[in-house]
Design a protein around this ligand. Structure first.
Ligand SMILES: Cc1cc2nc3c(=O)[nH]c(=O)nc-3n(C[C@H](O)[C@H](O)[C@H](O)COP(=O)(O)OP(=O)(O)OC[C@H]3O[C@@H](n4cnc5c(N)ncnc54)[C@H](O)[C@@H]3O)c2cc1C
Length: 426
C-alpha cells in the first residue's frame, strides 16, 4: 500500500487528486494538503475585482467532494518538505509521511522585488489570489466615486500576462457602463516586447488582436517596461529598446493600479538541493518527475519551464489551465505505472487552449504545443469568447464539486480540435 500526497489544492492539485484516486485501487491512500478549505477558481478573479462575482460565487468548499471520492483532505499549510526522508511538516507540527509526493503549490507572488508593489503594504492591487481581487473591489469602488488615471500591467519577470489584459479590458467595459470612462485615462505597462506576446512570443495573431483592442479602447501602452518603484499615486518605470538599452524613464500618476508580479517558488520548497531552480520552481524531467527525488512529481505553475526566448526586459512563459491538466494526466499515469512495477512512460503534451475575457468580447487561442515552434498556432476573437468563458467557469466549478476527471464529451470535443493531453515521446 502506498501513500500519495498532493501538496496544494488549486487548479493543478485538485484534478491531480481526483485522477490519482480514480486510477489507483483502494489499497492506496490519497491525501491532499491545502492552504485552506476552499478551491478558488483563479480565472474569475478579474470579475471579482469589478464586482461581477463575489468570493462565494467562485469557490467550492472541498471537504465533501474529497470525502465522497475517498480522498483525505488536510487544509493546513505545509511548512517544510524533508525530501530525502519522504516527509512533510504541517503548520500545526504534524508530520506526514509519503511514498509519492505531487507538488502543486502554484506560485509565491514576488511583490517585494519592486518597492511599493502589491496589496501587502504597497500601493497597487492584485488579481492573482481571489482574496486580493475581493480587496481590489473596494479600490475599484473608490475609483468610480473619484475617477482618475489607471495603470494596469505586469512587473519585470512576470510570466502570466493574460489576466492583466483581461483586467484592463474588463475595467474599461465596467467604467463605460458606469459612465465614468471619459474621466479615466488608462495606461498598460508591460515587460513584453510587444502587446500580445503573452510570454509565448504570441499565438496566432495575438499581437494584432491585443494592439487593436488597446487602441479601440483608448488605452495607451508601453512595452519593454520595467517598473522600478511605486509610491502612493505614482509609478516609476524604465522603458528599454529592443537591444535592452535604456530608452526612457517614465513617471505616471494613478488613482487605481493593478500590476501582476513576477512569480517564484513557495517557501516550503525553497533551499532543497536538487528539487528546485534558484527561483524555487520545481525541476522536472519529461515525465513531470524530479530528477533528484524520483518519488516527487510536480504540476502547475510551480514547475520550472524555460522562457520561450530572451526579451529585453525579462519575461517568463505562462503555465495555463489545459497545459496543467496535461501535466496532471501524465503524472497520474506515471505514478500508477511505478506502483505496478513499470517505468514512467507518459509525456504531457503541454498543449494550451485559452479564453481571455474582455468583459464584452474576448480572445481565444489554441497553441499545440504551448511552447513554440507549434503544430497549431491559432487565435480568434469575438463576443462568443466572453460567453464561452462564463460557460467554462460554471462547467469547471461543477466538475470540481462533483469530482469528475474528464467527462467523455470533454475528451471528445478536445479530440475534435486535435487537442490531447498525452503523447508517447517528447
Ligand atoms: C488571475 C489569473 C487568471 C488566470 N486565468 C487563466 C485562464 O483563464 N485560463 C488559463 O488557462 N489559465 C489561467 N491562469 C493561469 C493558471 O491556470 C492559474 O494560475 C492556475 O490557478 C494555476 O494552478 P496551480 O494549481 O498551479 O496553482 P494555484 O491554483 O495557485 O494552486 C496552488 C494552491 O497551493 C496552495 N499552496 C501553496 N503553498 C502551499 C503550502 N506550502 N501548503 C499548502 N498549500 C499550499 C495555494 O494556496 C493554492 O491553493 C490564470 C492565472 C491568474 C493568476
Amino acid at each position: 500500500m502506498a501513500t500519495v500526497v498532493i501538496l496544494g489544492a488549486g487548479l493543478g492539485g485538485i484534478p491531480a487528486a481526483y485522477e490519482v484516486r480514480s486510477k489507483l485501487d483502494s489499497s492506496h491512500k490519497v491525501i491532499v494538503v491545502g492552504s485552506g478549505k476552499f478551491y478558488e477558481f483563479t480565472p474569475s478573479n478579474p470579475w471579482v475585482a469589478v464586482g461581477w462575482r463575489t468570493l462565494e460565487d467562485t469557490r467550492v468548499e472541498m471537504h465533501r467532494p474529497f470525502e465522497r471520492k475517498g480522498i483525505e483532505f488536510i487544509p493546513e499549510w505545509c511548512t517544510a518538505i524533508d525530501a530525502p526522508n519522504r516527509k512533510l511538516t504541517l503548520k500545526g507540527g504534524r508530520v506526514l509521511e509519503y511514498d509519492y509526493l505531487v507538488i502543486a503549490t502554484g506560485p509565491k507572488l514576488a511583490f517585494e522585488e519592486v518597492p511599493g508593489l502589491g496589496p501587502h503594504g504597497g500601493f497597487t492591487q492584485s488579481v492573482c489570489k481571489t482574496g486580493h481581487a475581493a480587496d481590489s473591489r473596494a479600490d475599484f469602488d473608490k475609483l468610480v466615486e473619484n475617477p482618475g488615471p489607471v495603470i494596469v500591467g505586469a512587473a519585470a519577470g512576470a510570466s502570466c500576462f493574460g489576466p492583466a489584459y483581461e483586467y484592463a479590458f474588463i475595467l474599461d467595459t465596467e467604467l463605460k457602463k458606469r459612465k465614468v470612462r471619459d474621466k479615466v485615462p488608462m495606461h498598460f505597462v508591460t515587460p513584453e516586447p510587444y502587446a500580445g506576446h503573452l510570454g509565448l512570443d504570441g499565438v496566432g495573431d495575438t499581437k494584432g488582436l491585443m494592439e487593436s483592442e488597446l487602441r479601440e479602447r483608448h488605452i495607451r501602452w508601453t512595452c519593454n517596461a520595467k517598473i522600478t518603484s511605486v509610491e502612493d499615486g505614482k509609478m516609476h518605470f524604465t522603458e528599454f529598446d529592443e537591444d535592452g538599452n535604456e530608452k526612457k524613464k517614465h513617471e505616471l500618476p494613478f488613482v487605481h493600479s493593478m500590476i501582476l508580479p513576477a512569480f517564484k517558488g513557495v517557501d516550503a520548497v525553497m533551499d532543497i538541493d536538487g528539487l528546485t531552480n534558484p527561483r524555487g520552481f520545481i525541476l522536472i524531467d519529461e515525465h513531470q518527475r524530479n530528477p533528484t527525488f524520483s518519488n516527487i512529481y510536480a504540476v502547475g505553475v510551480c514547475v520550472a519551464i524555460p522562457p520561450v526566448g530572451p526579451t529585453p526586459v525579462p519575461t517568463g512563459a505562462p503555465k495555463t489551465g489545459y497545459m496543467i491538466e496535461s501535466m496532471v494526466t501524465a503524472t497520474t499515469h506515471n505514478i500508477s505505472n511505478e506502483l505496478s512495477g513499470k517505468a514512467p512512460d507518459k509525456h504531457p503534451t503541454w498543449n494550451a487552449v485559452c479564453l481571455a475575457d474582455f468583459g464584452d468580447t474576448g480572445v481565444a487561442f489554441v497553441a499545440l504545443p504551448q511552447i513554440p515552434p507549434r503544430n497549431t498556432n491559432w487565435s480568434g476573437s469575438g463576443k462568443w469568447v466572453h460567453w464561452a468563458k462564463i460557460g467554462f467557469e460554471k462547467y469547471y466549478l461543477r466538475k470540481i464539486k462533483q469530482g469528475k476527471v474528464e467527462p467523455f464529451f470533454e475528451r471528445y470535443a478536445m479530440r475534435l480540435m486535435g487537442v490531447q493531453k498525452l503523447k508517447s515521446k517528447m
